[in-house]
Design a protein around this ligand. Structure first.
Ligand SMILES: [Mg+2]
Length: 430
């Protein structure tokens, strides 16, 4: 039985040969899961040949206090990672290059990647801006055929999107194991997981390398006597059910053991929000407040576009020179009205301590689909509710920020959509 080793130093074909020493029975792998390596940084290196082969980090603003939202593999090898401050990255490597994020570019590349993959296989699920899953059918489920397809996808990305866009692919009996597999070897990996090489293929991994296990879940597993992937594999479904506190433990057990079921849906939207590290000139109470208004107007527009109402508004801030951040939220009857939400934001703002802001975020919580919306019998001015959709219509026709609630300074209105890893912005957001 083959053992997949962490073989990042090996050329990919050697690695494939190692991991391919497994039986190629019918229906051995049912999914191809693809994860683009260092996505934002790879897009920038593709765009600018001068950045290739160099340690680069992607930042919202090019200042020492900004933190990396992505890092190239050259930077990762030095120990620089997502979350590292620019200042710390420069201490690690004097030559590190901070690059200002271009979210529209990442969204455009996302479209190109989907097109390129689609020339090889239909994409069944887009999981995030740099992850997608294709269901394999018939002969494609045989390991050698699936492996050829994976190599074809890699070639299509290189030829149709760009040589810097490499990916790690997991071939597996379900999406969950495909994702785990794509995480085992980076960059440019290809790992095969079948019922025949389970659990050996996973045994060397740390618990947190298994998708769905974060630090808190690891603690809960430890409390239940599970300290390694081997322990996890041997745990009964009833035991995992107790650890998870419900059906998710049973689903996790089944996915880990190769049953072709989908991870619990995260498509049920629970919140919508935006956050932003402020440009230096906006790091005042007034600057942050204007920006928070802008972020909230954007979030509320997204809420209406997706046919939702919300029941809570949260505000978060972080400060220069202070660890941690500040968070508060406020509840109300279901609404999607920008004017109403801006007034609640003012209520929250009045509670702020007097520190110099560094980053600001707003989030809409307690989302209710429009189909389940219950009108407020005591609404004072129902006509006001019609104002927001009207403003959306005007902005759609004449461009974003053609009209809005109150006046925003030009630096703020220049803010564009953000390509968060979990969410691909739509064209209208730019
Ligand atoms: Mg990735």
């Amino acid at each position: 039985m083959a053992r997949v080793v962490c073989a990042c130093h090996l050329p990919i074909h050697c690695f494939i040969e190692q991991s391919m020493n497994i039986s190629a029975g019918e229906n051995a792998v049912q999914w191809l899961f693809l994860d683009i390596n260092s996505y934002f940084a790879s897009c920038e290196q593709q765009e600018s040949p001068a950045l290739r082969g160099k340690p680069i980090i992607i930042v919202q603003t090019v200042t020492d206090s900004a933190c990396a939202i992505a890092a190239s593999y050259e930077a990762k090898r030095l120990g620089i990672k997502t979350g590292t401050l620019v200042r710390e990255a420069k201490q690690i490597c004097r030559d590190v290059i901070p690059v200002k994020a271009r979210h529209r570019l990442y969204t455009d590349y996302h479209e190109k990647i989907l097109e390129a993959v689609d020339t090889c296989l239909p994409i069944e699920k887009v999981m995030s801006i740099d992850e997608m899953a294709c269901r394999l059918m018939g002969r494609e489920r045989q390991v050698p055929v699936a492996r050829e397809l994976a190599l074809k996808v890699k070639r299509a990305l290189r030829e149709q999107v760009g040589e810097c866009l490499t990916c790690s692919i997991g071939l597996a009996p379900n999406i969950f194991l495909g994702k785990v597999g794509s995480d085992i070897q980076k960059p440019d990996g290809l790992v095969v997981i079948t019922k025949d090489n389970l659990p050996d293929v996973l045994l060397e991994l740390k618990l947190q390398k298994i998708y769905g296990i974060g630090s808190r879940m690891e603690q809960r597993l430890n409390h239940a006597g599970i300290y390694s992937v081997a322990d996890l594999w041997q745990a009964s479904s009833a035991h995992l059910r107790r650890v998870w506190g419900g059906i998710n433990g049973l689903l996790f057990y089944q996915m880990l053991h190769g049953v072709d079921i989908q991870p619990p849906s995260s498509s049920h939207t629970k919140s919508m929000g935006h956050q932003h590290v402020l440009e230096p000139e906006l790091r005042t109470n007034q600057g942050a407040r204007n920006f928070a208004h802008h972020l909230l107007a954007k979030a509320a527009e997204r809420l209406r576009r997706n046919d939702y109402y919300c029941r809570r508004l949260g505000l978060s801030l972080s400060w220069i020179g202070h660890q941690g951040g500040w968070w508060d939220d406020i509840g109300f009857h279901e609404t999607c009205d920008t004017g109403f939400l801006l007034a609640r934001l003012e209520n929250l703002w009045a509670r702020l301590p007097p520190f110099k802001p560094l980053a600001v975020g707003v989030v809409l919580l307690g989302l209710v689909p429009a189909s389940k919306h219950q009108g407020d019998l005591f609404a004072i001015n129902p006509r006001q509710q019609k104002l927001s959709p009207l403003i959306d219509q005007i902005n759609r026709r004449y461009g974003r920020n053609a009209i809005g609630f109150g006046l925003l300074p030009p630096t703020v209105t220049g803010f564009k959509g953000h390509a968060a890893f979990q969410r691909v912005p739509e064209a209208w957001e730019f």
